[in-house]
Design a protein around this ligand. Sequence first.
Ligand code: NCD
Length: 319
Amino acid sequence: MTTPTTSIGKDLLGLAALDAAAIDGLLTTAESFLEVGTRSVKKVPALRGKTVVNLFFEPSTRTRTSFELAAKRLSADVLNISVSASSVVKGETLLDTARTIEAMNVDTVVIRHASSGAPAMLSQALASHVINAGDGAHEHPTQALLDLFTIRRAKGRIEGLNVVVVGDITHSRVARSNLIGLTKMGANVRLVAPPTMIPKQVEALASVPGSVTVGHDLDAALIDADVVMPLRLQLERQDAPLFPGQREYAARWGLTKARMAAARPDAIAMHPGPINRGVEISPDVADGDQSTILDQVTHGVAVRMAVLFHYSGGGSAND
Ligand code: NCD
């Protein structure tokens, strides 16, 4: 396997810093790591002797376990540090933690933090590689990469596809990273949200002008859609409810099988998880044959292997 020739930098703070060739290179590396997960011995020695620290300041099950499995399958040594959000205040404490970790000579720090910009702060303070596993409402680059990977495998391409992203766009780092990544890869993105859940000027995040539209009508946006991605209602991030109630939300913006009928017959239904069943997605879609939700979880490990491999100074992926 070859390493992408495009520079991907020391740290992965967001997809905003990567160009289409770098994203494509990471997705291509992930293709070969996907196969490792199907072996009876699910391990390659690519990161033997390297140390990866998972530093999680927010509750997370799937992202943390996905990074942990990815690091272990590459034979890295992994340390998980979960810091209760309440015991940590932004700023100095984070820097102290960073310096402590630096002193242990780790190669890569994977960080999840409730504050946007926390990974960027670590990136400046540390010589180690820093990978953003989700910071506030800013970016969640590995989630968007695994979503791109899933779309590419399901549809054979990303360019030219109509992708509907529906939900709480304002609070969603998944939506931001996907919007940036999808438009870099040539997709058309239709953002759908209640008027209270969509930031002004969000179209400006598009990498290609005109490739993002904003609307409030899910049924209209679903016509000819290739990919539909409902987002979890980020109730914990809303100071006050931004919609009348979950039932009303489900009635207008919930993805149901009846609604999916407006999309292309071969459209896929995605969700980053965790899902609020019956709110943003109905069980018949989540568990139906158009759903890629569990594929996304499987792909997440392969994509994070590719990311750790590129951002931990690994040698050849086939070592
Ligand atoms: C996402 C996150 O934390 O941003 N989930 C995840 O990474 N598994 C999406 C969400 O919490 O809704």
